[in-house]
Design a protein around this ligand. Structure first.
Ligand code: ATP
Ligand code: MG
Length: 423
């Protein structure tokens, strides 16, 4: 059963499943707009729980916790796609919930997700579903070298192993199976490793009547499978490609009858020379990677650089307020801050010591917006925060980025080259 969405005006109480940084930024935004907030998360120190009016400290499937949530909230969303889909379904019997349990269940499972993309006529990387030894033995060479990914529960490159040969595939399969709980088999997808020219994503919002608005598509640089930098300014993406990103993402959302904020991630490949010559305006080929049924790390820049952020879109969808087109106010970059930056470079690798990076040196630079998520302890590869850099001048954006990477001792980033931006 589905509780129809109401028009919830400020003063109402909005709940979010999950207490991570996405929940925290949702709470900040909902409160700015005059809403009360509730977070459900088992960690008493969760980043969102720490800043919300109410924090229900309970597991996502805890009956008492869910009862409390229903009692406190007027509508509920999620910041975490691995919340059991049946929980969303149960909640939806009592109050408005978006995105729907169905949409989240598709995003949770790479196998169903790929089927959905194909049904929408959006190209995906060649892949082979592996659920047992028989599937493993029948993998054809054309998906190798590839990346073996668990169908469920992966994030930030976790649950993925790169393999070049059948032998490596067999070992990787065993390794991923050993990480499963209760000896349950873990279905996987072997995806062909594609020669990526670059990556991009788009954040959109869709309401119950099917109206869609979106942020400008953004270009993303990943390092070790984790988003490192997002670039959003003129010249980042060829216009024809942007149009196709919008078209594909809208189709994916509409055919899911999606309500809420959705991020769609894409790979961009170079078209083979003969294909490129035969098509007038496209030198690139888009392949969809995955969707996230919530705001996304690559949309964080919208808080400082757009008049409506991805979190405001989430609030508007949940409260069934009008969706108007977000406008980007100035060019922006978003740099992720991983826990590695807290590691004292002077300590021995066997005895890691942590210290705060030099924020005052970074904050002394114009156009820098520091966002830290209030996580209690840094860990290697843990997302601790991000920096948004804004400037009207694109040259100045990259000069600031260079200064910051120098202070943080990070490797330099590549700028979108005129070759990729003009075509
Ligand atoms: P997220 O944190 O976005 O949820 P994830 O753990 O779900 O990440 P993916 O998005 O599947 O992982 O992959 C992470 C990154 O690894 C991609 O953004 C891309 O850089 C690289 N990658 C993944 N699949 C492929 C592929 N088939 N070919 C080339 N590179 C890939
Ligand atoms: Mg991804």
């Amino acid at each position: 059963m589905h509780t129809p969405i109401k028009n919830l005006l400020p003063g109402a109480t909005l709940g979010v499943l999950g207490g991570g940084q996405l929940g925290r930024m949702f709470v900040h935004c909902a409160q700015r707009m005059g809403y009360q907030t509730v977070v459900l998360d088992p960690d008493p120190q969760s980043p969102a729980g720490l800043v919300s009016h109410h924090h229900v400290v309970a597991d996502y499937a805890n009956a008492q916790g869910l009862r409390e949530l229903i009692h406190l909230c007027d509508a509920i969303t999620t910041e975490f796609e691995n919340v059991p889909a049946h929980v969303l379904k149960e909640l939806a019997a009592h109050l408005p919930v978006n995105p729907s349990a169905y949409a989240v269940s598709i995003a949770q499972d790479r196998i169903r997700e790929k089927k959905h993309f194909t049904d929408c006529n959006v190209p995906v990387a060649p892949f082979h579903v592996i659920t047992d030894q028989k599937d493993l033995d029948t993998v054809s060479g054309h998906v190798l070298p590839g990346i073996l990914k668990t169908a469920r529960l992966g994030y930030d490159g976790k649950g993925q192993i790169r393999v070049k040969t059948q032998g490596e595939l067999q070992t990787a399969w065993k390794q991923l199976q050993s990480q499963g709980e209760d000896n349950e088999p873990m279905p996987c997808v072997l995806e062909k490793l594609l020669p990526l020219e670059f990556e991009c994503s788009i954040v959109l919002a869709r309401n119950e009547s099917g109206h869609i608005v979106h942020l400008p598509p953004q270009r993303n640089i990943h390092r070790d499978g984790i988003l490192a930098l997002t670039q959003v300014h003129a010249g980042c993406l060829p216009q024809a490609l942007e149009e196709q990103v919008i078209e594909f993402a809208s189709a994916i959302a509409s055919q899911l009858e999606y309500v809420g904020v959705l991020c769609v991630e894409f790979f961009v490949l170079k078209k083979s020379h003969s294909d490129a010559l035969s098509s007038k305006d496209q030198a690139y080929e888009l392949v969809v990677n995955e969707i996230a049924p919530r705001p996304h790390n690559s949309g964080h820049y919208s808080v400082e650089a757009c008049d409506i952020s991805q979190f405001e879109l989430q609030v508007r969808c949940l409260a069934n307020l009008p969706l108007t087109r977000p406008r980007q106010l100035c060019p922006a970059l978003m740099l992720n801050l991983l826990g590695d930056l807290w590691l004292d470079p002077l300590c021995a690798p066997t005895h890691p010591q942590w210290r705060e990076p030099d924020w005052s040196a970074i904050l002394a630079i114009e156009g820098v917006h520091l966002n830290l998520y209030g996580k209690q302890e840094p860990r290697l590869l843990r997302k601790m925060g991000h920096i948004t850099i804004t400037s009207k001048d694109i040259e100045a954006l990259y000069k600031t980025l260079d200064e910051i990477t120098h202070i943080l001792a990070l490797p330099d980033f590549e700028r979108p080259s005129p070759k990729t931006s003009l075509l």
